[in-house]
Design a protein around this ligand. Structure first.
Ligand SMILES: Cc1cc2nc3c(=O)[nH]c(=O)nc-3n(C[C@H](O)[C@H](O)[C@H](O)COP(=O)(O)OP(=O)(O)OC[C@H]3O[C@@H](n4cnc5c(N)ncnc54)[C@H](O)[C@@H]3O)c2cc1C
Length: 339
């Protein structure tokens, strides 16, 4: 019988993240499919408090590593905590979110325990009494169902695949776990984070707004209108709290030092050599919809595009709705409508 373990770290406010609660649903789904129970493993400044907050999730035992050393992301302490927790729980399958903290530490823990890790998993279930995961390959062009015999098997689950668990708090059956002394050469001094308005990549947003190179091209009057483009794009994404994405052409121009849209970086790039976001809806503007770009839209639920060209790539079956229109005019109106 598999011993399934849900693994998470606490956030700065002591809670579990949305991604963590999604991974909790994934662990529960797998346990139900296999007819097994599951345990939880939490680490952070006060993991026992976080365990009480999700006490009603159905986990048997909550293995907890608590302490200031585990409050911040740091490879040495995180990998040691994960390794010790998995040993304490005698886990065979460990399910967690694929956030940056766990993605960094989980492979090391898997190696120490002689196990394996599969990352960015988009499905996790039981088939014929055995667990399998689904992973996308070759920049999301094909997927495979994978199962493994090595244990422990670590599975990091992509955000937006499972709904977040909505669980009642209570008194969790906590088993405190102590981690042997870990050599730590890294000291976390300060976290520098941009303000909410400067941070335009919003993975949890309902809408992805993609800007293409057309925003900086010469328009009908023979002139580019880059400052207005910047105003319209940021005006919309700020008001709608949409996540901002870009085509490669547009961010490459910025990298070449041309006067373009200063708030775009390669982190905004969607596509084959960029990101594969998972928003329920997406709107592409002034973007041609070429395959290397659209492949990054694999997991966008509903796709719409605004382009002057009725024969653009989006029109070739790549979006649900194509508005053949001037994106400047459209976004001026949209921004006015949302105030
Ligand atoms: C190996 C490889 C990997 C790549 N990886 C990526 C990737 O990860 N991501 C990516 O994006 N690209 C990638 N590309 C590049 C990709 O093929 C395209 O070149 C790129 O996506 C084009 O960007 P664009 O659509 O913004 O620009 P363009 O092709 O220049 O399109 C601009 C569009 O704007 C429209 N337009 C102009 N003015 C307006 C207006 N006022 N209103 C409405 N529409 C207007 C035009 O009609 C045009 O369709 C890759 C290419 C290769 C070879």
């Amino acid at each position: 019988m598999e011993k399934i373990l849900f693994l998470a770290h606490t956030e700065a406010d002591g809670s579990l993240s949305q991604a963590g609660l999604e991974a909790l649903t994934a662990a529960k789904t797998l346990a139900q499919g296999l007819g097994a129970g599951f345990d939880a493993a939490l680490f952070g400044a006060d993991a026992a408090a976080a365990a009480n907050a999700v006490a009603g999730c159905g986990a048997g035992t909550f293995f907890c590593v608590s302490g200031q050393a585990f409050a911040q992301a740091r490879y040495a302490t995180d990998a040691a905590a994960i390794t010790t927790l998995c040993q304490a729980a005698e886990a065979t399958i460990v399910v967690c979110a694929d956030d940056s903290r766990l993605s960094r530490a989980v492979p090391g823990a898997a190696h120490r325990l002689g196990g394996r890790a599969d990352t960015h998993v988009t499905a996790l279930a039981a088939k014929d009494g055995a667990a399998f995961v689904q992973r996308w390959h070759y920049r999301q062009r094909m997927y495979a169902e994978v199962t493994r015999v090595q244990r422990p098997w670590f599975v990091t689950v992509s955000g937006g695949v499972f709904p977040a668990s909505d669980v009642a708090p209570g008194q969790a059956a906590v088993q405190a776990v102590t981690v042997a002394d870990v050599a730590t050469r890294t000291t976390v001094k300060e976290i520098l984070a941009p303000s909410a308005d400067e941070q335009t990549i919003r993975p949890d947003a309902a809408l992805l707004f993609v800007a293409g190179a057309g925003w900086t091209k010469k328009q009908a009057d023979g002139q580019p209108h880059t400052p207005e483009a910047a105003e319209l794009i940021l005006g919309f994404t700020t008001k709608a709290q949409a996540s901002l994405g870009s085509s490669k052409s547009l961010v490459d121009m910025g990298g070449e030092g041309q006067a373009v849209l200063p708030f775009l970086t390669h982190l905004h790039q969607v596509g084959q050599t960029g990101a594969t976001p998972r928003h329920p809806k997406g709107l592409a503007t002034c973007c041609h919809g070429e395959e290397p770009h659209v492949v990054g839209w694999r997991f966008i639920g509903e796709r719409r595009a605004v382009n002057l060209d009725a024969g653009c790539g989006w029109a070739q079956g790549k979006c649900d709705v194509l508005y053949v229109a001037d994106a400047f005019a459209v976004m001026r109106l949209v921004n006015a409508m949302i105030g």
